[in-house]
Structure formats: structure tokens, C-alpha cells
Design a protein around this ligand. Sequence first.
Ligand SMILES: Nc1nc2c(ncn2[C@@H]2O[C@H](COP(=O)(O)OP(=O)(O)OP(=O)(O)O)[C@@H](O)[C@H]2O)c(=O)[nH]1
Ligand SMILES: [Mg+2]
Ligand SMILES: [Zn+2]
Length: 292
Amino acid sequence: MQGKIVKGIAGFYYVNIEGKGIFECSAKGAFRNDKIKPLVGDDVTMEVIDETGKTGNIIKILPRKSEMIRPACANVDGALIIFSVKTPDPNFNLLDRFLIYMESLNIPCDICFNKDDLADGGELDKIASDYSGSGCKVMFVSAKKKQGIDELIKYLDKKTTVVAGPSGVGKSSLINLLCNKDIMETGSISAKTERGRHTTRHTELLYIHENTYIMDTPGFTSLDVFGADTDTLMYYYKEFEPYREKCRFNTCVHINEPGCAVKEAVSEGRISKLRYENYSMLYNELKNVKKW
Ligand SMILES: Nc1nc2c(ncn2[C@@H]2O[C@H](COP(=O)(O)OP(=O)(O)OP(=O)(O)O)[C@@H](O)[C@H]2O)c(=O)[nH]1
Ligand SMILES: [Mg+2]
Ligand SMILES: [Zn+2]
């Protein structure tokens, strides 16, 4: 039997077998000697001990395609960063940090903006245009109005996708719709603070349909700029690419240098001002880190 580990709790692994459901398994297999610890997302072979009681034993961990540390998950195909267009307002600087983090791990990353029922067309167009050069697909959905859910399901098809985003943007609400049941606990936002209630605490892979899984993660509120330094940060901004070679100095980091083609493109509206300001903010932050 082959299956996928969807959850690990206290030495037990929960393995989903296509068409049969989830089996509680111990891991007494030979791989114990190989110093490999089973991870959520691992594809495994297992023997069924009790078909009705749904227990089993993991025999072997199949070779991993990839391994992600935070959150811990094997065989992740992609990340979907979820933000809301309102309540809470998007923190685009945080969004860029997520994108940089995922790209530094070589995980393909796209963006889903939820709560599009709360914003007008102009606001949505602005966001779409700001991220049109980022290399990420940008989707707009509403969990409340159940809009865009079919498109999301198509997007996720046959992949294992990790979902990340700040607290309160509606990650769990969307996942409940995608899985067609109330699995994830959702929280209401306090009107005063506009902050979510941090309802998601552990990581678990949820089965959507054949070979299609999604992982909810607890909301992040801040994140270090992983994977980038002052020399490499610019490469995470794909929209700079057509201009980079045209700067007067080939060492240009597009901050204060004269004759900078990137800055010129920003002032002419060919590169999003918001994205450039994020770049410049993160650059200065990294520069200060280096000084320590
Ligand atoms: N207006 C509107 N509200 C939504 C939408 N989706 C979710 N909400 C509300 O937003 C609040 C937070 O939703 P959750 O799904 O718990 O958010 P989360 O991202 O899982 O939050 P954490 O688990 O804290 O990270 C809840 O009150 C939801 O009812 C939407 O599309 N539109
Ligand atoms: Mg949640
Ligand atoms: Zn430049």
C-alpha cells in the first residue's frame, strides 16, 4: 500500500491512502536505521494492520523531491501566499518577504488575495498592477461569497501546496471551502484591532482530491528576510530585470547611484513604485544587519 503522511502526533503518523482514508501508523520500518525521520508530506509504503480500525505500519519512506523546514513538510510543489485586500489591510512589505523566502527555497510561489468582496475594482486593479511584474500569478477570491474557489481548485490540482500568510486573512476559511468541509477552526477579527485570533496552531496536510493536498500554517506576523542579502536582493525583483543592464554603473544596486535605469523606470511608472519602495526598505534593513 502506498500513501502520504498528512500529520504526525506523538510518535504516530497519519497516512492517507487514496480511496481508503487515513490510517494511524507507527513507524517500525527499516528506515529507522537510516536516521530519516518521517515528515508530513512523505510518500510511504505501509502495511495495513487493521482495515476497519484503520491502523497500519510504515515500511518505507519513498525518495523525497524536496524538504522544507519551516513549516516542516516534504515534497512541497508550491506555495500560495494568502493576503486579504482589507481587514487586515495588506502589508506589502511582509508579502515581499514571503515571496523572497519561498523563492530562496526554490519553491514556486503565487499570491491569492482574499476578501475581494471588501474592496472596489480600482483597489483590486492597483494591487494586480503592482504585482504584474513579480513573476507570480495573482488571484482574487472571496471565501465569504465563495468566489474564485473553482479557479483555486484548478490551480492546486495534483500538487502539494503550502499556504502561508498573516493572521486573519482567511486562510482557514478558504481551506474549509477547498476541502468542502469544516476542518479548520476559523476566528473572527476583533473590529478594534483588526487582528485575527491566531486560531491555527499546528501544521497538517489536508486532502482536497486525488494527489492534491494543501497545508495550512499558523499566521506569521513578521518574518526575517531569509535567503537574500544586499547583493542578491535585487534578483528577487523580476521587474528590474529589463533595466538592470542599462544602469550607468554595473555595480548599481539601484538605491542612490546616478544614472540608474531602474529608478528611472520607477519614476516613469514602468516599474511599480510600491514594489521599488519595498525593495529599498528591505535593502536598507539588510545593510543595517550587515553592520552588526
Ligand atoms: N468579508 C470577508 N471576510 C472573510 C473572508 N474570508 C474570511 N473572512 C473572515 O476573516 C476572519 C479570519 O478568517 P480565518 O479563516 O480564521 O483566518 P486565518 O488566516 O486562518 O487566521 P489565522 O488562523 O489566525 O492565521 C473570519 O472572521 C472570517 O469569517 C472573505 O472572503 N470576506
Ligand atoms: Mg487559520
Ligand atoms: Zn540601477
